[in-house]
Design a protein around this ligand. Structure first.
Ligand code: UD1
Ligand code: CA
Length: 455
């Protein structure tokens, strides 16, 4: 079976009250449309066609990718008209229709739906709801066979009483589609070309409409306003939390945990409250993450401990290394095994060798730190002269005294020591002590200044 996927994303989304096109509003750090595209890709279709209209340029720019074909629907004349715009691009034998504002649809549900499609059978995804207000209703005959979909605004009272609603997601044999779409009319309550009218046409042509339902109704929930957007967000987060718990993660509170990207986890991971994981985050076995941490695009090897209120981005933390509380690891931070970063330490493009220690109140930028080297409190690398950046290189077993300024470029070789309060501007040879501060003078009989009396 070859597959084309058409994603409808041209609608305006007035109720969002936003300058941003509706489908670009984010759920879990990605746009709603981005989520739909992500699911679509997992079905390995031969084409993904995104029908755009409102905010078309912005949507196209935001999501542009080689495997996406954007199709413009100039005027939003209805869902049937939208699919018709993509028709000339379709070449596969099955066409799956998705909505750009229904982001939580699961790949497994779509696979079940696609399994229904044959040259003589359509697959329609329906959902049974206590309150199906607004949904198209699934009309079945006495044998229970689907015969039509009636839009809410066109439905009579008996049809409105039907609880089975149309999700809008359907899969059809492509050979028939052009004919059906060509026969649509807009003679209905909304004056639109309804894609849903295809169902009655298919039945009239002798095809069967088979149905599937999602595992969870939230999979087919769209977001028309910010309240629904928030509901989708919470649902996504709970689903992600459950997935991670099933893999061996303890979450102190699944309701106070957010994933905004792709997370892989090992076993016996412990995550305290209010942790946000963004981008690609890899977490190995036995990692502990304290409360209120943001971790983005980083790798935490086995046994890493991140203490409360740390912000970690673009970093790799080696086995049993630790950071925080209040650590800030910026992109390019690498901690080898058992390296230690303590409170109020900022690292940027800095490599800490095995068991190196940076305990307190320090900034290391563009720095190479050898194994077991210890950096005293209040040390900074002066890596930037206002125009260019330079490197600080510290060998193994170096001891940097407290409150040093290391003026880059500078090399401090293995086993060297610097005195507290030093400003180090010259290289230090192996095992030397560098003292880069004014010698202390004690002045006898010193008189403090007195307050000047006002006349
Ligand atoms: C549609 C279905 C309805 C179903 C409901 C589920 C039709 C006629 N009705 O109704 O049976 O229960 O979805 O939410 O199909 N779009 C375009 N171009 C258009 C019109 C719509 O791209 O000209 C896109 C929208 O951006 C949206 C999707 O199609 O992503 C659905 O459109 P919407 O107007 O929300 O359809 P409903 O009236 O809710
Ligand atoms: Ca809708």
């Amino acid at each position: 079976m070859s597959l084309d996927i058409v994603i409808l994303a041209a609608g305006q989304g007035t109720r969002m009250r936003s300058a941003l096109p509706k489908v670009l509003h984010p759920v879990a750090g990605d746009s709603m449309l981005g989520h739909v595209i992500h699911s679509a890709r997992q079905l390995q279709p031969q084409g993904i066609h995104v029908v755009i209209g409102h905010g078309a340029e912005l949507v196209r720019e935001s999501l542009a990718a080689d495997d996406l074909n954007f199709v413009l629907q100039d005027k939003q004349l209805g869902t049937g008209h939208a699919v018709a715009q993509a028709l000339p691009e379709l070449t596969a034998d099955t066409v799956l229709i998705l909505y750009g504002d229904v982001p939580l649809i699961e790949v497994d549900t779509l696979k079940r739906l696609l399994a229904l499609v044959t040259p003589t059978q359509l697959g329609l995804l329906t959902v049974t709801l206590d309150d199906p207000t607004g949904y198209g209703r699934i009309v079945r005959d006495a044998q229970g066979k689907v015969t039509a979909i009636v839009e809410h605004k066109d439905a009579n009272d008996a049809q409105k009483a039907i609880k089975e609603g149309n999700t809008g997601i359907l899969a059809v044999p492509a050979a028939r589609l052009a004919d059906w779409l060509g026969r649509l009319s807009n003679n209905n309550a909304q004056g639109e070309y309804y894609l849903t009218d295809v169902i009655a046409m298919a039945v009239g042509d002798g095809l069967v409409v088979a149905t599937e339902q999602p595992h969870d109704p939230m999979e087919v929930q769209g977001a028309n306003d910010r309240r629904q957007l928030a509901e989708l967000e919470r649902h996504y987060q709970l689903r992600e939390a459950r997935r991670l718990m099933a893999l061996g993660v303890t979450l102190r509170d699944p309701a106070r945990f957010d994933v905004r990207g792709q997370v892989t986890v090992g076993r016996d991971v412990l995550i305290d409250i209010n942790v946000i994981l963004e981008g690609r985050v890899e977490i190995e076995d036995d990692v502990v993450i304290g409360p209120n941490c943001v971790i983005k695009d980083s790798i935490l090897r086995k046994g890493v401990v991140i203490k409360a209120n740390s912000h970690i981005e673009g970093a790799v933390l080696g086995e049993h290394s630790d950071a925080g509380p209040f650590a800030r690891l910026r992109p390019g931070s690498v901690l080898e095994a058992r390296a230690h970063v303590g409170n109020f330490v900022e690292l940027k493009n800095a490599h800490l060798g095995e068991a190196a220690k940076v305990g307190h109140l320090t900034y290391l930028g563009d720095a190479e730190v050898g194994a077991r080297t210890n950096i005293g409190a209040g040390t900074i690398t002066c890596n930037y002269d206002g125009a260019n950046k330079f490197k600080t290189v510290l060998g193994e077993d170096v001891f940097i005294g407290s409150n040093n300024s290391l003026v880059a470029p500078v090399d401090i070789l293995a086993g060297a020591t610097t005195a507290a309060g030093s400003t180090i501007t010259q290289n230090v040879e192996a095992a030397q002590l560098a003292v880069g501060r004014a010698r202390q003078r004690n002045i006898d009989g010193w008189k403090r200044p007195e307050k000047i009396k006002k006349s």
